[in-house]
Design a protein around this ligand. Structure first.
Ligand code: NAD
Length: 244
């Protein structure tokens, strides 16, 4: 029987590439989206073409009730969720002194509380089955810190702590918890970065290119696989060797 993965923020970018990678490898895919219903539904239809079950589920990950309802529906339609990818995230470039309380709270509500909400919703059935894979998408800036992205960097660092702690708590239940720390990846999240700055970032990358969503998706798929069964509490950088 196919395993089922739920990927948050999967209508575009890294989440979308991960959804395609899982479907190609025989997983049923629950495509979470916040606003882009059409894109998410189109993606789910495309994934059905790989001979797996896929469907789109709306939920703002910061909303615990909506997340609970999404898991209920997805498990009913696609089967027990054995893999959770906490990918949904927001970013913002702003001087620290200009970060309002509202902006700070929203960053943590999506990037950190979103992972808390989804992981709690996924965990009880994983514990019951004594099997599960949780993969959190952090960032290289959560490791090194980025100027003008203090709230983003802090939220991504929080995900690394979350990963290490939860890995210790649920290891005995056959559940692994790991993090991916992408470098600079060509997605909508970076669309506001000027060509000049992108060129500079590329120059700081020994592999000498901007990463693709597929580069990150391959690492996520690996951490979900049986090949990674002895890896937990880790942060895997997918950054082309970016010099921090
Ligand atoms: P993206 O902006 O294309 O994707 C983010 C996705 O999250 C979107 O689909 C968006 O709709 C969704 N999302 C945002 N708020 C949500 C909410 N409240 N509920 C549900 N979904 C929500 O960018 P991406 O690069 O694909 O980002 C994916 C993840 O990778 C993010 O967590 C991001 O922080 C992380 N990341 C990206 C890069 C990069 O360079 N692109 C680098 C490091 C880490």
């Amino acid at each position: 029987m196919n395993q089922t993965v739920l990927i948050t923020g999967a209508s575009r970018g890294i989440g979308r590439a991960a959804a395609a990678a899982f479907a190609r490898n025989g997983y049923n895919v629950a495509v979470n989206y916040c606003k882009s219903k059409e894109k998410a539904t189109d993606l789910a239809n495309e994934l059905n073409g790989y001979g797996v079950m896929a469907a789109a589920y709306q939920a703002d990950v910061s909303d615990k009730t909506a997340v609970g309802e999404m898991f209920g529906k997805a498990e009913q339609e696609l089967g027990r969720i054995s893999v959770l990818v906490n990918n949904a995230g927001i970013a913002e470039q702003i001087l620290f002194s200009d970060i309002t309380e509202e902006k700070w709270d929203r960053m943590f509500a999506v990037n950190v509380k979103g992972a808390y909400n989804c992981t709690q919703a996924a965990l009880s059935s994983m514990i019951h089955e004594k099997y599960g894979r949780i993969i959190n998408v952090s960032s290289m800036w959560g490791i090194s810190g980025a100027s003008c992205e203090v709230h983003y960097s802090a939220s991504k660092a929080a995900l690394i702590g979350f990963t290490k702690a939860l890995a210790k708590e649920v290891g005995l239940s056959g559940i692994t918890v790991n993090c991916i720390a992408p470098g600079v990846i060509g997605t909508d999240m970076n669309s506001a970065i000027s060509g000049e700055i992108l060129e500079e970032l590329k120059e700081n990358t020994p592999i000498n290119r901007i990463g693709t969503p597929e580069d990150v998706a391959a690492a996520i798929l690996f951490l979900a696989s049986d090949k990674a069964s002895f890896i937990t509490g880790q942060t895997l950088s997918v950054d082309g060797g970016f010099i921090l």
